[in-house]
Write a protein that binds this ligand. Sequence first.
Ligand SMILES: [Fe+2]
Length: 321
Amino acid sequence: MSISNYLYGRMEKGLQKIISNGKDTEGNVGSPIKKDESANLTFAVWGDPQVSFISPLRSARVYRAVNDLKNADSLDALVLCGDITEYGTECEYRFVKRLLDELGEGVGRIFAVTGNHDVRLRNYKKQVKRFQNFISSLEKGDTDFGDSYYYTRDVNGYRFIMMGTDRSTFEAAYISDKQLERLKKDILSAPDEKPVFVFNHQALKHTNGLPKTFLGKGKWRGSVGRESDKLKSVLSVRKNVFYITGHLHYCTSEYTYEDCGNFKALSVPTVGVINHGEFKTMTQGYVISVYGDKTVMRSRVFGEGKYAPESVPNSYIEVAL
Ligand SMILES: [Fe+2]
């Protein structure tokens, strides 16, 4: 048996053990997500599943979160905001596929960007291929990529732009001028002045509570890195751009949402790992609904099948368009 198959088998056994104990996998004790039919688009965003052969608990949290979406009125999409896996290994991606393929009709399409954990240990081209193979292997995944991590799709007439590092970096990202130009072009050519959703793993410098929300270490740490200012000016080229990120493992809080003028920055908590901050509940993410005149973002504890309490800052965010 290959090491990859052996580790995959261990991951399955670890998850089954937790399921059979009846712990951490029940979920759905609250109310399933009800889609507002007057919304033009409704999708879920998860940060950092970070599924790994070193932690069956992470698999169990994603399993619970998947159960919540299975019970939902079918959402238009699920977006994973990077750090899909801990080490970017083939068996970890295969296990994420095993979890996400349980979604059934729960979501229409799945999109994903890479995180530093996905890319850091391997040759760039090899890992790009592995990541693309992962996405196109998903029942609700996508195909037809170029030779990089970034790609753009339209969902219900709204533009979704996936970003990704152009080098194998360890913690920040490297965003090439080529990618920035493409980003600008795709933002400016988005349909009918509608909001545009840009997904990347890392937030910009000095936004969403950085550096405090990355435990206060270093001036740039936790952010996208050197290209942060350039990226900021590209995100500002048009109104109603939503820049949605993960990476910080920080709970829904006063830092989660920041109005940066033309663009709005949403930092999504982790669905698979422990969140820092006050509202530590596991399996957090967001459900986003887009209407003709507003975008509504609600923090959800997917593993418990309920929205975050109103008392939590930024549990409900409404942005007029
Ligand atoms: Fe990360």
